[in-house]
Design a protein. Structure first.
Length: 95
């Protein structure tokens, strides 16, 4: 049973990584990335050991902190005149 869950989590993570790289919209990219990180957490939980669960919790903690930082930066950048209408990733390179 755990082998099937582990295979699902691995395939889930790989497929969403590829889909995230195709995104041009920064918010969609972050959404795909968020779901992708769930796959990483699921891999740690599927192992079923205390180390796997602990690693998942540590990963979840750091993921929440970093995601908060990214969304804070995006909200801050939305107040900059150039970024008010920018939603595409390639346009964000012109700071």
């Amino acid at each position: 049973m755990n082998t099937a869950k582990l295979c699902f989590a691995t395939l889930h993570t790989d497929n969403l990584s590829l889909l995230a790289f195709k995104q041009q919209n920064i918010r969609r990219f972050l959404a795909y990335s968020s779901v992708n990180h769930f796959g990483f957490i699921l891999i740690g939980l599927t192992v079923g050991t205390a180390n796997g669960v602990a690693a998942s919790y540590v990963y979840l903690f750091f993921y929440m902190v970093l995601t908060f930082g990214v969304w804070t930066a995006l909200i801050f950048l939305s107040y900059v005149e150039h970024f008010k209408t920018t939603k595409k990733v390639y346009r964000m390179s012109r700071i």
